[in-house]
Ligand binder design. Structure first.
Ligand code: NAD
Ligand code: UDP
Length: 320
């Protein structure tokens, strides 16, 4: 009998790639999503498969699954700053109430649960690069705080279930990940810049562009998450690509990649936008025997191909 795995946020960017990974490895996958930021087209190729089913459901409401469950991967949550500024209460609820429901379900089914946390638990970090031991620098009351604090609560309640109920838990702290199936207009920097280049618009750099990020290709991220789930490690672990770049340099890379001649324009830096971010992945290397393999050049080429193939209607669709 195939092992059964529930993936929340299944119609989103990472959730849909996780569905593919578990299907390819012979699991029975139950995808769940309320489609608030996701899109069924990310998983439409799975509909009709014998080992896939989809539940349109909001995980902040009681979650019921019939039959056995071996694993739960909780990936439901708005993930782009623009999304969670637009839907702050839902963001707080999915990280808190949603996580509570899924931990309860894991306990009921005696399933192992992996929670998607984030580098945002480090806030605007005062320590660089960020190792798992760093407690972070988060402004609880800023607009961005809704996401960061939901994720910090999520980690706390997960560890409490682990300690108190002896639940098998895993926590991945995901650093900026990119690739096909990101939403073109979700406001995150990679789809934003590629969309602007494809539409012939100026690239919008927030602030002076000196802030840094370190971008991880989706296949590497999914590999790390998969390894973590099947490891024995219960404390949070960073998964990301330590290759750091300033946003201004990155904009130049996009201009080179797309062969366009776009200008860069500077806009106001969003409140509490982290000035620097780079994962320390020593633990992932030593404990999971994982490290990223895809260079930014290779990953960005694949990502650009994906966006280039979108229809003109999709390209012009503006949400924000
Ligand atoms: P995404 O927006 O593409 O996917 C999130 C999915 O969750 C969407 O399909 C959305 O409809 C669904 N969802 C949201 N609230 C829900 C609810 N209450 N009930 C059911 N479904 C709900 O984002 P993503 O980039 O795929 O992120 C997935 C997870 O990974 C999130 O938890 C996010 O915090 C985490 N993460 C992602 C990154 C990244 O770089 N992509 C970085 C850090 C953490
Ligand atoms: N950014 C930018 N222009 C854009 C979108 C984002 O300069 O059009 C910047 C943003 O201010 C941040 C970085 O790019 O410093 C990464 O932003 P993103 O939203 O992708 O992710 P974050 O790491 O901030 O969650």
């Amino acid at each position: 009998m195939a092992k059964r795995v529930l993936i929340t946020g299944a119609a989103g960017f990472l959730g849909s790639h996780l569905c593919d990974k578990f299907i390819a490895n012979g699991f029975y996958v139950i995808g769940m999503d309320n489609l608030i930021t996701g899109d069924l087209k990310n998983i439409e190729h799975l509909f009709g498969l014998e080992n896939f089913e989809f539940h349109h459901h909001d995980v902040t409401k009681f979650v019921h699954i019939g039959g056995d469950l071996d694993y739960i991967l909780h990936f439901a949550s708005p993930a782009s700053p623009i999304d969670y500024l637009k839907i702050p209460i839902q963001t707080l609820k999915v990280g808190s109430l949603g996580t509570h429901n899924l931990l309860g379900l894991a306990k009921e089914k005696d399933a192992r649960i992996l929670i998607a946390s984030t580098s945002e638990v480090y806030g605007d970090p005062l320590v660089h690069p960020q190792s798992e031991e760093y407690f972070g620098n988060v402004n609880t009351i800023s607009p961005r705080g809704v996401y960061d604090e939901a994720k910090r609560f999520q980690e706390s309640i997960t560890m409490a279930y682990h300690r108190f109920h002896r639940l098998e838990t895993r926590i991945v702290r995901i650093f900026n990940t990119y690739g096909p199936r990101m939403r073109l207009n979700d406001g995150r920097v990679i789809p934003a810049f590629i969309g602007q280049a494809l539409r012939g618009e100026n690239l919008t750099i927030f602030g002076d562009g000196s802030q840094t990020r370190s971008f991880c290709y989706v296949d590497d991220q999914i590999d790390g998450i998969y390894k973590l789930l099947f490891s024995d490690y219960t404390n949070p672990i960073n998964i990301g690509n330590p290759h750091e770049i300033t946003i201004k340099e990155f904009a130049q890379e996009i201009v080179n990649l797309t062969g366009t001649n776009q200008k860069m324009i500077f806009k106001e830096l969003p409140q509490d936008d982290p000035k620097q971010r780079k994962p320390d992945i020593t633990k992932a290397k030593n404990i999971l025997n994982w490290e990223p393999k895809v260079s930014r050049e290779e990953g960005m080429k694949k990502t650009y191909e994906y966006f280039k193939a979108l229809s003109p209607q999709e390209l012009e669709k503006k949400e924000h």
